[in-house]
Design a protein around this ligand. Sequence first.
Ligand code: PHE
Length: 353
Amino acid sequence: MPDSPHPAAFDDQAVAAVEAHATAALAGARTVEEVRAAQAEVLGKRGSLTAFNAALGSLPPAERKRSGARLNELRARLQARADARRAELEQVERAARLEAERLDLTETLPGARSGSLSLITQTQDALEDTFVGMGFVVAEGPIVESDWHSFDALNIPKAHPARSGFDTLYVDWGEPESTLLRPHTSPVQIRLMQSQPPPIYAVMPGRVYRKDTPDARHTPSFSQIEGLVVDRGITFGDLAGTIDTFTKAYFGPTINARLRPAYFPFTEPSAEFEITCSICEGAGCRTCSQTGWIELGGCGMVHPNVFRAAGVDPEVWTGFAFGFGIDRLAQMRYEIADMRVLADNDLRFVTQF
Ligand code: PHE
């Protein structure tokens, strides 16, 4: 109706057609981008609703008001529909993206094998089990330690030559040389005695650090398991019996243990704990420096000064302590000639355990 006072674009039919078209376009939009395009087509600067708006001006005032209100309602309705459709599609797109980016950690790549605990961890677990079976509890202490716990409390004063034997790695923290990576697990003895009254029957496994050059029997970081027994009337016989029982329980009947006199500032008397070299079964080889024996660690009766430093009365309590290298134990149990393979991550070695 070109001569109508109402612009043709304004009749109900035209408005309904625009609404139907826009509604269909929004419903048919498959992406957020398509929603945006449909929205622009109707609601945008050059959209059909905007064209209606321009036509409003030529209407008589009463009509203009009514039609304006209708147009605004339609605009709001279409806007809401576009928003709803966009939210719906965003949700779908997000879900699709998450699905595409999902990393399935349980999926095994062709040729891959599932991992396993390192041999050191397996050995530590087995040692803990053995000692728990013998009536010990398992305790732990910090790896970054004070020099007091690591040395002074263990009867190794500042200038003592034994202190340099530990080749300690110091940490840049506090007073110079006051904080360190513990060179042995013996400081945990002190912490344990400070934290609970005797009787104590405990083993304390963990990582230790020394400025050692790696060779067949040494690595600068290794694990030890410390043992501490504090009770009334404990003797060296109890220590020897415990070592013997442990060796038979862990290695079986073919490996023998022996104690040889040694010196440690924190035990008196002290001994070295050696077992038959499992690589050569005692005949002598490169791993045992042709001796037939492998030193696993040290032991002895807890020095009274250590008891005093930890607040335990040496007149009432006696005890023994020991400390073994876990890596060394694994080396002997699994007959590993060179212990550097324990840290090499060579699959040919790792997959055997
Ligand atoms: N801490 C000693 C070392 O690392 C071993 C040890 C522990 C000796 C307990 C005696 C008693 O060499």
